[in-house]
Design a protein around this ligand. Structure first.
Ligand code: ADP
Ligand code: ZN
Length: 516
């Protein structure tokens, strides 16, 4: 970052410094190198082409798949004084935009891929110097991505036609395979792929058993000012919880509204618009709410019940604190959420069931861990985070756990001795010294681990399994079996202890049903 660029960042955008991977991305862009930036929602992708739009002579062409998204971006850019325009079928001022572009009076021009790939557009681009091609939602170019758009494939000839103009592809969602494919499709070198961490350091994660939901939400809103979202499991629950919340003195006149797909469209639209404009509204919603809503100052996201998976949890909590200021993600769960989710597994087609079960176990690991929540989530995304974040409930106020080191070691040994392919039920039988057909048929009754666990220890077996899964000492295989993970060794060697929180049945006490 040059001093000039830092000054522009401050005067035009009002930001004191770059955040996270904005810096390495901008370094490449400013050096004219082709780049793929994989950055989570809220990481500040727009700045990676808006800053060059202001700093580099010529126009930045942004290719974006959705007209509504483009118009949002346009408003944002114009608000900070960037000379920008969109060129879409929904714009009546296209002739004027083309004139401004030809005159070199645009810093930014947003176009849809289908327009960008038309012959006339190539001619138009030849009329004025181009500073950069920014390809937003770049995963659309890959068939591996979750939203393939054939039009994105047509971009390559255009990019190559202007081969000396640098390209910047941006996406929030791409696994390793999709990343490599995007880079390949768009002519970006492998070393031009910059993957931002998934970490959202300003979000404080907290997870607690549900124990009087109204009281718990009351405490939350009393402590947490600003706008917030409460995710409820059913439509009926959104309305019930919103009505309860509205009556709570802790709300101090803040509004609580409900949002779900069963409401009339005009009510939905109004509730959403009012929420975006509001500074302190609490929206009680099903997960249908949130996608595509641009509200950077959501101060909290609460889950009134268990989310579907860690991916869903990450995405839903990620709607908090997109402005980078402190925000809270609070989950309230009940043991019955887990039993319900496990019952639903039976309805999942057989070929997907093992995978879904694994997802649920992974989520249980995050819910039940006494260790850092953030570390558990990030490890799920293949990151290698520090053991403690200092900004989650468990780091701030370490829970009182039960030492489960002995049973954890016995479990790991039994998984190993039985060949790392059996599920918890079989391993439990072996550890408990129960003979059944499967145990005897495999000769597992003659293993050294057969019958080595005491009944008291066995009560901690499943919590231990989840805790071990959470820290990657144990991995659930696709076929419902277990195998040792990289973190198993220090535990087996006696170098690390395993602590679990009390089993949920004892802990959750008086329960409050969030669902219906
Ligand atoms: P993304 O597109 O990656 O989801 P945005 O570009 O919408 O993220 O940015 C999210 C929010 O972060 C916006 O409110 C933006 O103003 C803010 N932001 C971006 N970069 C910075 C920065 N360097 N410092 C502070 N805030 C920033
Ligand atoms: Zn932590």
């Amino acid at each position: 970052m040059t001093p000039e660029l830092t000054a522009t960042l401050k005067t035009v955008f009002g930001h004191a410094a770059l955040r996270g991977s904005q810096e390495p991305v901008l370094d490449r862009v400013m050096a004219g190198e082709n780049t793929l930036a994989v950055m989570p929602t809220g990481a500040g992708k727009s700045l990676c082409y808006q800053l060059p739009a202001v700093a580099i002579a010529g126009t930045v062409i942004v290719i974006s798949p959705l007209i509504a998204l483009m118009h949002d971006q346009l408003r944002g850019a114009e608000a900070v004084g960037i000379r920008a325009a969109t060129l879409t079928s929904a714009d009546n001022n296209r002739a004027e935009t083309v004139e401004r572009f030809r005159a070199g009076a645009l810093d930014l021009l947003y176009v849809a891929p289908e327009r960008a790939t038309m012959a006339g557009f190539t001619d138009l681009l030849s009329a004025t110097p181009i500073a950069l091609f920014a390809i937003d939602e770049a995963h659309c170019v890959s068939e591996w991505g979750h939203d393939f758009r054939p039009d994105y494939r047509g971009l390559r000839p255009l990019l190559d036609r202007f081969g000396d103009v640098p390209r910047l592809a941006l996406t929030a969602t791409a696994d390793t395979r999709t990343r490599a494919d995007i880079a390949h499709q768009l002519g970006i070198p492998d070393d031009g792929i910059i993957v931002a961490g998934f970490d959202r350091p300003n979000i404080r994660y907290a997870i607690a058993p549900r124990d009087g939901l109204a009281r718990q939400l009351g405490a939350l809103v009393a402590e947490q000012s600003g706008a917030g979202i409460v995710y409820a499991p059913t439509r009926a629950a959104t309305e019930r919880i919103a009505a309860r919340l509205a009556k709570l003195p802790a709300m101090k006149g803040r509004e609580a509204r409900a949002y779900h797909a069963g409401l009339p469209p005009e009510v939905r639209a109004k509730n959403q618009a009012d929420f975006v404009a509001s500074e302190d509204m609490v929206m009680v919603a099903t997960i249908a709410f949130g996608m595509g809503i641009d509200k950077p100052d959501v101060r909290f996201v609460a889950h009134a019940g268990l989310p579907k998976s860690i991916e869903a949890y990450y995405q839903e909590t990620g709607r908090a604190g997109r402005d980078g200021d402190p925000a809270l993600a609070q989950m309230f769960w009940g043991a019955e959420d887990f039993s319900l989710a496990r019952q639903r597994l039976a309805e999942v087609p057989e070929e997907r069931r093992a995978g879904e079960r694994e997802r649920l176990n992974a989520l249980a690991g995050v819910v039940e861990t006494t260790a850092c929540r953030r570390a558990a989530v990030l490890r799920h995304f293949d990151e290698d985070p520090p053991a403690k974040c200092g900004n989650c409930d468990n780091c701030i106020d370490p829970p009182k756990g039960i030492d489960a080191t002995v049973i954890a070691r016995k479990l790991l040994s039994a998984v190993y001795r039985t060949g790392q392919s059996f599920g918890i039920g079989h391993v439990e039988a072996v550890l408990a010294g129960k003979t059944n057909d499967k145990v005897t048929a495999r000769g597992h009754d003659s293993l050294s681990v057969f019958g080595i666990a005491e009944p008291d220890e066995l009560k901690l077996l499943r919590p231990a399994m989840r805790a071990l899964t959470a820290r990657d000492a144990l991995r659930q295989t696709e076929h419902g079996g277990m195998m040792l993970g990289p973190a198993a060794r220090p535990i087996l060697r006696g170098e690390e202890d395993v602590t679990v929180i009390e089993p949920p049945a004892k802990r959750s006490g008086r329960r409050d049903r969030a669902g219906s």
